[in-house]
Structure formats: C-alpha cells, structure tokens
Design a protein around this ligand. Structure first.
Ligand code: SME
Length: 154
C-alpha cells in the first residue's frame, strides 16, 4: 500500500466513523471501507471483549467458526492479552493460529485500546503470504483508536 492510498483510505474511514449514528454503525463502516479499500484484505472483522472472551462483531468475508475466542487463545487472543499488534506472515507456521479458512496465509490483529483497557480488536486475514507490512499497521492502529472513541461512548 502506498502512503497516498493509505492516507486517502484513513481519511474516508475517519469521516465514516465520525458520521456513524452509533458504535455498531462505526464498526460496520470501518469493516466495509477496509474490505473494499485494500485488495489483499480477504477477511475483515472486529471482535469485542466480553468478560474473558472475544466475541465476533461486524465482519466481511466467509463466516468464521471462531465467533467466541477466549483471551490468550489464537492470534486474536494473544494480541488482546499482549495489548499489541501482531503480524503473522505464515499462519500455518504459527502454533497459536486458529484456522478460519484454508485459503488464509497471513494475518494482522490490532487491539482496540482505551488507555490500557482492551475493548476489542480488528482482525484481518489475507490469502497472500506475508501480506501485512508496517503500512498496514500505520493504517489500522489509527482506525482502532478512532473506533475506541466510539466504543467508549456506549
Ligand atoms: N485466525 C484467528 C481466528 C479468527 S479467524 O481468522 C476469523 C486466530 O488465530 O485467532
């Protein structure tokens, strides 16, 4: 992704998140714009923390069998437990990986944080090996911060 593509998409997502009537709408808009905006984002979803589990919210892509993921399980659970973005270049080589689709080759998980509280996370799978780079992190971490503001309202 070029800097220009990323900046344009982030601007569009920022407007959509702030125009959405509520947090649910903001999440749906973000998922839609990310999925449509980046060709190698094969599956885009948001998990929300509910007690000790991550619960799947809005997503686009094939239905996932992992609608509830305990903290500490999977790459999703690891990112929430560690409160940090995780990029996995080859999901099949990562023992933490919970498979969602056989086509998935790489994954990025970005926690949605309010201070040191985990509210949820953005999870993106790609059918391309090693699809995610620093430019993806630079797009998705600001999106997570914008979503955190809307999620904190409710
Ligand atoms: N791969 C994730 C599970 C969620 S699906 O990709 C949608 C994980 O390992 O936590």
């Amino acid at each position: 992704m070029t800097d220009l593509d990323r900046d344009g998409l982030l601007t569009a997502i920022r407007s959509a998140i702030s125009a959405a009537p509520n947090a649910q709408g903001a999440m749906q808009q973000a998922v839609r714009l990310l999925k449509d905006g980046v060709p190698y984002y094969t599956w885009v979803g948001i998990y929300l923390l509910d007690g000790n589990e991550l619960v799947l919210g809005p997503y686009l892509g094939k239905p996932s069998p992992h609608t509830r993921i305990p903290l500490g399980r999977g790459i999703c659970g690891a990112a929430a437990a560690e409160k940090t973005t995780i990029i996995v270049d080859d999901v099949n080589a990562d023992p933490r990986y919970l498979a969602c689709s056989v086509e998935t080759k790489s994954e990025i998980v970005v926690p949605i944080l309010q201070g040191s509280n985990v509210l949820g996370e953005i999870d993106i799978d790609s059918d391309r090996p090693a699809a995610f780079r620093d430019s993806d992190r630079q797009l998705l971490e600001p999106v997570a911060a914008l979503l955190a503001e809307r999620l904190a309202e409710v």
